[in-house]
Design a protein around this ligand. Structure first.
Ligand SMILES: [Zn+2]
Length: 250
């Protein structure tokens, strides 16, 4: 377990920020975005329970509102609840500052309401003060709002690209290749993807077989000391966001 203190705000995840959580060699954090989804999240939860694995779920607020029993199950299974905005706008950067903040505020509130704590602020009532933006596209207004409320912004260190269609076997091999290369890190999955739910049992077994340890993120006190990115670091997600904007002409 790694308590993550977010006082005054925090930005971590090497795909987006030049800072990582203080993980040791072969330490891995599992995160799942975009749920909960009745079609796939239960299978993900079953796989995690089977191996005693704990993860962080960055939920979309309106999905949490639609499927509160699943939100409660995630919590009862001992995982960490976190926010991935209310409606998962394609990019926060096309919204006004006020609309960006509504997305984040409403997202946290919907998750809190799903677990019976509608008035709880982020970090209270069972929802961690952890935020991940859709497509990792942060904005100055939302970042400032989050920092003022002691909410940490989470990117990730590696991913399987599970938004691209591939077989579970291919996804497993790609994920393990990337993990062997990185050696540690916060991994992004989507519990809404059937291929991810299907590969998860084998992935968890592979982690064990190769000596990786799962680290469960939980809210902590103060502000966690991060580890600076290696020299020459650049944001991979900014390049992706810029490319999509160019492609879509927005
Ligand atoms: Zn997402």
């Amino acid at each position: 377990m790694l308590p993550v203190g977010t006082r005054g705000g925090l930005q971590v995840g090497l795909k987006t920020y030049p800072a990582a959580l203080p993980l040791g060699p072969r330490e891995v954090v599992l995160t799942f975005d975009d749920g909960p989804s009745p079609g796939t999240t239960p299978q993900v939860l079953d796989a995690l329970a089977c191996e005693g694995a704990k993860a962080t779920f960055f939920l979309i607020g309106r999905n949490a509102e639609a499927h509160p029993a699943l939100v409660r199950r995630i919590r009862e299974n001992g995982h960490t609840l976190a926010c991935h905005t209310w409606s998962h706008p394609w990019t926060m950067r096309n919204l006004s500052g006020a609309a960006q903040i509504r997305e984040v505020e409403h997202g946290f509130a919907a998750i809190a309401a799903a677990i019976g704590a509608p008035d709880a602020r982020p970090g209270q009532g069972g929802v961690a003060p952890f935020l991940r933006y859709p497509g990792f596209a942060d904005t100055p207004a939302a970042n400032a709002w989050a920092a003022e409320r002691d909410i940490g912004v989470f990117g990730c260190d590696l991913w399987a690209s599970d938004w691209v269609h591939m077989t579970p076997d291919f996804q497993l091999a790609r994920m393990m290749d990337r993990l062997r290369h990185a050696g540690r890190g916060v991994i992004l999955f989507h519990d809404t993807q059937a291929q991810t739910a299907a590969m998860l049992p084998a992935f968890l077994r592979a982690l064990k077989a190769e000596g990786y340890a799962l680290v469960h993120l939980q809210p902590g006190s103060g502000r966690t000391e991060t580890v600076a990115a290696p020299a020459g670091w650049t944001s991979e997600t900014e390049r992706i966001i810029a490319g999509i904007r160019l492609h879509r002409g927005v």
